[in-house]
Design a protein around this ligand. Structure first.
Ligand SMILES: Cc1ncc(C[n+]2csc(CCOP(=O)(O)OP(=O)(O)O)c2C)c(N)n1
Ligand SMILES: CC(=O)[C@@H](O)[C@H](O)COP(=O)(O)O
Ligand SMILES: [Mg+2]
Length: 585
């Protein structure tokens, strides 16, 4: 017997389904979510929580004429299943497969691809204005925003504007499951919680928006009624839906950490070594035991950044500020002004949101704040807006900040201690995944570690962080074909080490390798330093292209950009073949 989902071959067919069929449809969707996502990895918990909500949305609103914007977008799998992509889930988040976020290339029903939270209200504010100005008064602008995303400052900037336009229709569907990863923090979450007891949060009315709710976010009929009422209001309105993250799958419902917020693909653990995040977490606890001035700040990512370990030991010294990176950074500046040394733990890509705060609230005042940037470089399955390929370029613009990239566990521990001992701003960056085996130094060149080679006249490879292993492998391959390659790890990338500048003169080519965009990265900084010192040795950089890169595995994406051993070796061969050896001495 065909399932209801089999009959829903279009949104029109979805709208034709009798209401009595909707609970069964929801059950079928949940079953497919669980079977697919437990195999591919992905955001299972969030999507299990929006099954009925998504069905109701697409029965009441007519996408794409009506614009539906999914905040963060990690909860758009059901939307994708209902808009013709059910069969593509077998390759969810895999190279050339279905994106884990909305994708404009995939569907006209997908508007916003950015996975950075708290943007949807601003988008629909703009969409509502555009519809009004274009006379498209039949079109609805609908945002689906989570209670976690609602802790982001952009939401309140948008609400300030939306509430001031009482005659401009706009629907905000608040998907309130009480969670980001962890329970959503802050006074807004506490205020919204009254709705779980049937109360009415007064906040939205005070801001000039109509409020409908609380609505049972798993009762499709109730959801449809509320959404139809919201649509008919033709005014800014919040539909407050109470949902359960992970609903319908006990393994997710019972997961107290984050209700299976983001499942890794089975078997995706790296071979060897420990996760960078775990090493950092452990070292931070040891540091905090010795340094009562060290505190930590997270933007709603306590477990993903490993800070739950520190919070377990020193709960009063870890601050979860919500999905509020700008506030995280400037409140850290306040902590530093108050005599403490804050460690702000973020995913690299989310630092983008707080660049001005790093520049003008921390660095301008030379404050002792340490940024730990996890997921730096290519991250993999989360795709373009998650790759941490911007931080080296951004931090290269910040006067006075010191930036490090550890190559292995001992270096991570050492660099973290050096960072929190520095009197000014510092940053450490490392990728998603596991730190490989220890890569011991053979000597020093200023503050840089000499890892192999050392004979003048050959190639000087300057490589840092997780790229060092591939660099050493490439150097070994090149030595087998007669190329002499000296490999150094600067440890502290920025500012550029003057000793490296001085040493470069003895080589015929300097090669940099970095898991960052090529615009404004380390290669550019080293090249500028060499030229400023009057050194004429050419610098070639292997880096990521300055464009948005797709999702896939980290290893495959690095290899596709020539950042693996084979790619590095081929690059050197190509550039050295065109340059005669410089005789040393
Ligand atoms: C600016 C930014 N910071 C952090 C994240 C990481 N992140 C992804 S989903 C999420 C929690 C979102 O909670 P909520 O909006 O309530 O959605 P839910 O998962 O509960 O459906 C976070 C912190 C992000 N995507 N964007
Ligand atoms: C949607 C979001 O931003 C996060 O949930 C992210 O997908 C998690 O990434 P990791 O799996 O690398 O922790
Ligand atoms: Mg939530």
């Amino acid at each position: 017997m065909s399932s209801h989902l089999d009959t829903v071959t279009s949104l029109e067919r979805l709208r034709e389904l009798p209401a009595t069929a909707l609970p069964a449809l929801a059950a079928e969707i949940r079953e497919e979510l669980i079977s697919n996502v437990t195999r591919t990895g992905g955001h299972l918990g969030p999507n299990l929580g929006v099954v009925e909500l998504t069905i109701a949305l697409h029965r009441v609103f007519s996408s794409p004429r009506d614009a539906i914007v999914w905040d963060t977008g990690h909860q758009s799998y059901v939307h994708k299943m209902l808009t013709g992509r059910r069969d593509a889930f077998a390759r969810l988040r895999q190279a050339d497969g279905l994106s884990g976020y909305p994708s404009r290339a995939e569907s006209e029903h997908d508007l916003v691809e950015n996975s950075h939270a708290s943007t949807a209200l601003s988008y629909v504010d703009g969409l509502a204005k555009a519809f009004a100005l274009r006379g498209e008064h039949d079109r609805a602008a609908v945002a689906v925003v989570g209670d976690g995303a609602l802790t982001g400052g952009m939401c309140w900037e948008a609400l300030n504007n939306i509430g001031a336009a009482p005659h401009r229709p706009l629907v905000i569907v608040l998907n309130d499951n009480g969670r980001s990863y962890s329970p959503t923090t802050g006074s807004v979450a506490a205020h919204l919680a009254v709705a779980r007891d049937g109360g009415t949060p007064a906040l939205f009315d005070a801001l000039g928006l109509a409020y409908l709710g609380p609505v049972d976010g798993h009762d499709t009929a109730a959801l449809e009624r509320s959404l139809r009422t919201a649509r008919a209001l033709r005014a800014p309105v919040v539909v407050h839906c109470i949902t359960q993250k992970g609903r319908g799958y006990p393994a997710a419902e019972d997961d107290e950490v984050d209700h299976l917020h983001a499942l890794s693909p089975p078997g995706s653990g790296d071979a060897g070594g420990r996760p960078w995040t775990s090493i950092t977490a452990e070292e931070l606890v040891d540091i905090a035991r010795q340094r009562p001035d060290v505190v930590a700040v997270t933007a709603a990512m306590l477990h993903p950044t490993g800070l739950h370990e520190l919070a377990r030991v020193f709960p009063e010294r870890v601050f979860d500020v919500g999905i509020a990176e700008q506030h995280a950074v400037t409140s850290a500046a306040g902590l530093a002004l108050g005599g403490l040394h804050p460690v702000v733990c973020l995913y690299s890509t989310f630092l983008n949101r707080a660049f001005d705060q790093v520049l003008m609230d921390v660095a301008l005042h030379g404050l002792p704040v340490t940024f730990v940037l996890d997921r730096a470089g290519i991250t993999g399955n989360d795709g373009a807006s998650h790759h941490g390929m911007w931080d080296l370029s951004l931090l290269g613009l910040v006067p006075g900040i010191r930036v490090a990239a550890p190559r292995d566990e001992p270096q991570l521990r050492a660099l973290l201690r050096e960072a929190v001992s520095h009197s000014g701003p510092t940053a450490l960056r490392f990728p998603k995944g596991h730190a490989g085996p220890e890569l011991p130094a053979r000597g020093r060149i200023g503050g840089a570690d000499l890892l192999c080679g050392g004979r003048p006249g050959g190639v000087l490879m300057v490589v840092s962080g997780a790229c060092v292993a591939a660099g050493l492998d490439a150097a070994a391959r090149l030595r087998m074909t007669g190329e002499d390659v000296t490999v150094v790890d600067p440890r502290w990338l920025l500012p550029v080490d003057p000793a490296l500048v001085a040493a470069a003169e003895a080589f015929r080519l300097v090669l940099t390798v970095e898991d960052n965009g090529c615009a404004g990265g380390y290669s550019q900084a080293l090249n500028q330093a060499l030229r400023a010192a009057g050194c004429t040795v050419p610098v070639h950089g292997i880096a990521l292209p300055q464009r948005f890169l797709p999702h896939g595995t980290r290893g495959d994406l690095l290899a596709s950009q020539g950042l693996d051993a084979a790619g590095i070796a081929a690059f050197v061969r190509a550039h050295c073949a065109s340059r005669p050896l410089r005789r040393s001495g």
